[in-house]
Each structure stands twice: as C-alpha cells, then as structure tokens.
Design a protein around this ligand. Structure first.
Ligand code: ASP
Length: 434
C-alpha cells in the first residue's frame, strides 16, 4: 500500500488540541501511517519553545545554577498535554528522570533531544501507535550529515502494519551518543523517513497553508504558491523564504518524493507542493523573495582584467576573516562583493585595510543599506522578455537598480536596490508577474 509520511512541526504540537488534530489528519487518509513530531513550540508571542527551555536548563546546570524555573515550565507543559489527552504513559516519571539527568550534567544534545522524544512518546501513546527510537536507526556524522545505512535501518523498523511515531531532530553520533541536527531539524528526520518507506508524498504540517508567491508582510494578499520545484524553492530559500529546513530537501528530491506543506488548522487546503518538475507554461515566475541588510564592497583597479589572481586574493582576504559572500558581480576594472551586514560586523575596517594593502586598488569602498530581491522561476529560461518586464516594472516604479545578477541557468534574476526602495521594488515585481 502507498505510504505517506507526515511531519508535525512545533507550532502544530503546542498543546493537547494540536495532538488531537494529528489524530484527525491521520484518520482522513489511511496512507498516513508514519508520523514524525517536533517538540512543542510557542503557544503565543511571549511563550517559549520547549527546545529553547531545554537548552537553557542545560546551560544553567553547566554553570552550577538552579534549573527549577525553566524545568517547571517544561514539566507543566507536558503534564498538561498528557493530562488533557488522558493517556496512560507515566509522563511524570519520564520528567523526573530527565530532571535528574540534566542536574547530573547530561550532554547538551541529549537534553535538547528530549523535547522531541517526550512529545513522540505522548503522541504514540495517544494514537496507539508504535514508537520508533530515532537514535537506534539514524546516525548523524560530522556537520550533521546522515550516515549511509540510516535509511535502510529505519526502513526495517517501519516495515510492519499500523501507525508509527518517530521523534524528529535527533539520531545518534557514530559513538552511539545522542546527537541532534541543526535547529528545525525535524524536517530532516521526516525526509529520511519518507525516503526509508518510499513515501508517495512527504507531508509537512505547519500552521500556514504553504508558501505565498511573495512576503505577505510586503505584498497585500499574495497568491498562494501551489506548485514549486525543488530547485526553485532552494533559490527562494537562499534569499529569505525559509520555512523548510534546507537539508531536508536532498533525501526526498533524490527519490523525487514530493513535499507537501500543509496547514493543520485547514487540513483540506492543498498547501504547496514541492516537486521535481512542474509545467512552466502557465507560470514562468513562481515567487519573489527578498532580504535587507547587505553591504557591497567595491574594488576598482585599472587593467584588473589582465591581473592574474586578483579575485583569488580578494576572496582569500574574506576567507581569512571567515566571511562568506552572496554574489560577486564584476566589470572590466571593478569587482563587487555582496556580503551580509551581519557577517561583516566588526570586521569591515580591517577587511578594507587588508584590501588596500594587498591589492593596492585605485579605489575601494563599502556601501551599506542594501537589499537583494530574487525573482525565481524555471519558466524564465529560454523565454525572451522576462528581464525586460522586470526592469520595466522597476523603472515605472521609479526604482534605481544598483546591481543585477542572473546565473546562466536562468532560474533566478537577482537585483540589488537601496533598502529604502526595497518594499516598493518587491511590490512592483510582484505586480508584473503574479
Ligand atoms: N525542536 C527543534 C527546534 O526547535 C527541532 C524542530 O522543531 O524541528 O529547532
């Protein structure tokens, strides 16, 4: 029988009602047999995520300080959820053990992982499903890479009938100790599970009905993004639309398993489908994303094009300071490097000094207050007139374009504008294409 993996994010398991919603979703489709859960997230703006509280407990314990206050919040939350669901699991006992282990100096990743672990135990009990311990199957190597064999191991653990619940966010390191992915990593667990069971779709349940074609804080009532390709979503994530953990795409995209972003409060909404291939005839551009907070370092030197190693030396200065860059458009005698303000913070003067000393440029300057806007769509390739439409829209809105970059894959046109023009520019491009 076809299988569907459903991952429920922290915002959909904040309380008992959220977990009851999981039951309703599962009952709507018998293929939904594999459930991955995050730790309970925030119930409101002033609330704290369980994972953040666990990190705090670990930090306090490490400094020999009292963890009573944050641990009390964790305890209350789980006891309330378990109490309202009326489950038989001894959550009180699990919490006391955890409390003891944190005070005894349990490692950071272990402590953080308990948010998902406890949540999955509760959900499994409530759904009368089998709990599968992620750490017994998923091995996480250096820099969060998933070790070969994790999928196969998980596949055999999930091969029976009925419902399964798997905690997200963690596995075990090569030494067997609990190890977490980076923040938001339950998406990755969901993707591994989807690959393991050969799911027909990987459903990612959140509290939004998928993505919009642009940021609703900038564009009033943007259209929903119904279908988008893996490549397009990567390009959009690169510049801001980050709802889905980027490392979660590769396990499913390799197998061409579609990812469906769904809203737990509106389970009948189709949400956004992330697929391998979409028909681009009806829509060339799929989304417009942007980000503020960039600076441009511009270096000018006559006959730069004839000097061997100029770019390498410029980039190695950035490398020495541990600064990665966004893009580097260049002219015959100029090179510009776009860097996020955050990465440059506290280092700008020293970087400039090194450029002056090592490259002896005719001119070098840093301009801040810069924003980037990505107009993304696989349908732009080999279709004349797209760039003209974009630049006309910006010209008509009276916006000066400070920088243009289009890769040869023609999937993304990036423009740089002054931050004062940013929102107007996004709106103008949206009107032109959506
Ligand atoms: N609970 C973890 C976090 O807050 C992982 C996740 O929610 O995916 O980052």
């Amino acid at each position: 029988m076809e299988a569907v993996v459903c991952k429920f994010g922290g915002s959909s398991v904040t309380d008992a009602e959220g977990i009851r919603n999981i039951l309703s979703v599962v009952q709507l489709d018998p293929r939904r047999r594999f459930i991955v859960v995050s730790a309970p997230g925030r119930r409101g703006k002033t609330d704290k995520k369980i994972t953040d509280l666990l990190y705090l407990c670990h930090e306090l314990a490490g400094q020999g300080l009292d963890i009573d206050e944050p641990f009390h919040l964790i305890r209350e939350r789980y006891l309330q959820i378990a109490g309202e669901l009326g489950i038989g699991l001894d959550v009180e006992k699990l919490l006391s053990d955890l409390d003891e282990r944190i005070r005894a100096g349990a490692p950071r990743d272990f402590v953080a992982s308990r948010g998902e672990h406890l949540c999955a135990r509760i959900v499994a009990d409530f759904l009368r499903a089998r709990f599968v311990e992620a750490a017994d199957h998923i091995t996480i190597g250096a820099e969060g890479s998933v070790a070969e064999g994790s999928c196969e191991s998980l596949r055999s653990a999930l091969s029976g009938e009925g419902l399964y619940v798997i905690p997200g966010f963690y596995g075990a390191g090569p030494d067997g100790a609990i190890r977490t992915f980076s923040r938001g990593g339950s998406d990755i667990t969901g993707a591994i599970a989807a690959r393991a069971v050969g799911a027909v779709v990987y459903e990612n349940w959140t509290v939004v009905s998928g993505f919009f074609m642009s940021d609703p804080n900038i564009v009033a009532n943007p259209k929903p993004m119904r279908t988008v390709t893996y490549r397009e979503i990567r390009e959009l994530a690169y510049i801001g639309a980050n709802v889905f953990h980027e490392e979660a795409i590769s396990p499913v995209s390799r197998e061409r398993i579609p990812i469906n972003i769904r809203n737990i409060h509106y389970p009948n909404d189709p949400g956004t489908m992330i697929v391998h291939h979409r028909d681009t005839k009806d829509r060339a551009v799929v989304g417009i994303a942007g980000k503020t907070g960039f600076s441009i370092i511009c270096v000018e030197k006559l006959l730069m094009n004839t000097r061997v190693g100029f770019a390498r030396r410029l980039f190695s200065i950035l490398e020495e300071y541990g600064i990665s860059f966004e893009l580097a458009p260049s002219g015959i005698d100029t090179m510009s490097v776009v860097v996020s303000d955050q990465r440059l913070k506290g280092k700008a003067e020293r970087v400039m000094e090194d450029i002056r000393r090592q490259l002896e440029p005719d001119r070098v300057e840093i301009t801040s207050g810069f924003s980037l806007i990505a107009t993304v769509g696989e349908g732009m390739a080999y279709r004349p007139g797209i760039a003209a439409r974009l630049f006309t829209a910006l010209a008509n809105a009276g916006i000066n374009i400070r920088l243009i970059d289009q890769g040869s894959s023609e999937i993304n046109i990036l423009v740089g504008v002054e931050t004062a023009d940013f929102e107007n520019a996004v709106r103008a491009i949206y009107q032109a294409f959506c």
